[in-house]
Design a binder for this molecule. Structure first.
Ligand SMILES: [Zn+2]
Length: 243
């Protein structure tokens, strides 16, 4: 079903076509606003830019709780004993939180940006995150450091923490998490360069298999000027490792 909506986003008149896909509202269209030179500027929204949050339906909640109860039975537990009676409900509520990234559009999180002529390094370090490894559905967690050199557009600093949440609160692998954060910043802010570093500990490596507690995995993603500038990358590394 297609609907035309006229709305204001970020002080711009936005004429959108909204499409309902699998219960989510997606929008694409054209924005009109005042450009830097005071002239009316037309900007098309190339990607579906708004995914509205959909609440879990009562039926979905019941199904999740039912399957957790079945799982308890299958591993040899008695789901009706006192300590476990409310566990399916608690797990379901926890899932709503740790998998909330599925109902967030990461581009929208960075959506409100500002014109600013700062074209030097911005480093947001030590953003703590908590995610779930998609191979074992076991937690992996650690810190994300985001460095970028703006080219006239910046985003509020807290937005980077929300961007990390949008990508980490779903089933993930650390490599993709790193890449998706870097690519979204490139898409939305068009900076000169981006360098993202993720360090994490994986429960699937600590609690099972090779059992190596304390080992950390570091992944990086470089975009723009950082791809060819090893000196700039090592500058970020030393800023991250310093106090
Ligand atoms: Zn794993």
């Amino acid at each position: 079903m297609h609907k035309i909506a006229i709305d204001f986003h970020d002080g711009r008149l936005c004429i959108c076509r909204s499409v309902s896909v699998r219960g989510m509202m997606l929008m694409s269209g054209t924005c009109y606003g005042e450009g830097r030179d005071g002239m009316i500027e037309k900007k098309s929204i190339d990607l579906l830019h708004s995914v509205k949050r959909t609440e879990q339906s009562g039926q979905t909640r019941e199904q999740i709780e039912h399957h957790i109860r079945e799982l308890l039975r299958l591993i040899g537990e008695d789901p009706m004993r006192e300590g476990l009676r409310d566990t399916p409900k608690r797990v379901r509520k926890m899932y709503e939180e740790i998998f909330s990234g599925y109902s967030v559009d990461p581009r929208e999180v960075l959506g409100v940006t500002f014109d600013e002529q700062h074209e030097e390094l911005v480093l947001v370090k030590d953003i703590v995150f908590y995610s779930q490894c998609e191979h074992h559905m076991a937690p992996f967690f650690g810190r994300v450091h985001i460095a970028y050199v703006p080219s006239g557009r910046i985003a509020g600093l807290s937005k980077f923490a929300r961007l990390v949440e949008a990508f980490s609160r779903k089933l993930q692998v650390q490599e993709r998490l790193t890449k998706e954060i870097a690519d979204t910043i490139v898409d939305v802010l068009h900076p000169h360069g981006v360098y993202v570093i993720v360090e994490a500990e994986h429960m699937c490596m600590c609690a099972r298999g090779v059992r190596k507690p304390g080992s950390r995995t570091v992944t990086t993603a470089a975009r723009g000027t950082y791809v060819s500038d090893a000196y700039a990358r090592s500058e970020i590394m030393s800023l991250v490792q310093g106090a």
